[in-house]
Design a protein around this ligand. Structure first.
Ligand SMILES: NC(=O)c1ccc[n+]([C@@H]2O[C@H](COP(=O)([O-])OP(=O)(O)OC[C@H]3O[C@@H](n4cnc5c(N)ncnc54)[C@H](OP(=O)(O)O)[C@@H]3O)[C@@H](O)[C@H]2O)c1
Length: 124
């Protein structure tokens, strides 16, 4: 899922990778994309104008942060420490399988999908 601060398959021009990135930016257009500093830092210039980017810091309280966006769709974009803290607020996951089986230093933890406490209506 991540390698040396980038997507492990970054630079691969195969159709499925290009389609995945294009779909991500299309889906999040007009909405809030909240993610850690490295992940927000990797958002390309072209995608910065038509969505609201929010850098999440560990000093921020997740409930209070999400309550700042009433009625908005907030995408939680990772990396892993972010999903550790915010998974319990996620009402819908969008996970793409890609044909990559090489090195990585960040992984998806399936435990994020099994949250005992569901608290996803904080922005309602
Ligand atoms: N495949 C994908 O969909 C995907 C998505 C996202 C990222 N990635 C990959 O993952 C890597 C980047 O992720 P990363 O985790 O290294 O860096 P990151 O995106 O900067 O996220 C981690 C940082 O978020 C901050 N943070 C904010 N709220 C937090 C909280 N409640 N608890 C803990 N930390 C919190 C911490 O920084 P402070 O303590 O300084 O605030 C932490 O170091 C890259 O390789 C990237 O390509 C992949």
């Amino acid at each position: 899922m991540g390698l040396e601060g980038r997507l492990p398959w970054e630079g691969n021009r195969a159709a499925e990778y290009k389609a995945d990135v294009a779909r991500f930016f299309e889906m999040t257009k007009g909405h809030v994309l909240a993610a850690g500093p490295k992940t927000i830092g990797s958002v390309p210039e072209f995608a910065r104008a038509d969505r609201e980017l929010l850098v999440l810091r560990s000093s921020m309280v997740p409930e209070r942060t999400l309550q700042g966006f009433p009625g908005r769709v907030v995408f939680i974009g990772g990396g892993p420490p972010i999903w550790d803290a915010y998974a319990r607020f996620v009402s819908r996951w969008d996970i793409t399988r890609l044909p990559y089986d090489g090195p990585a230093d960040r992984w998806f933890d399936p435990n994020w999908l099994i949250q005992p406490e569901r608290a996803h209506d904080v922005t309602a």
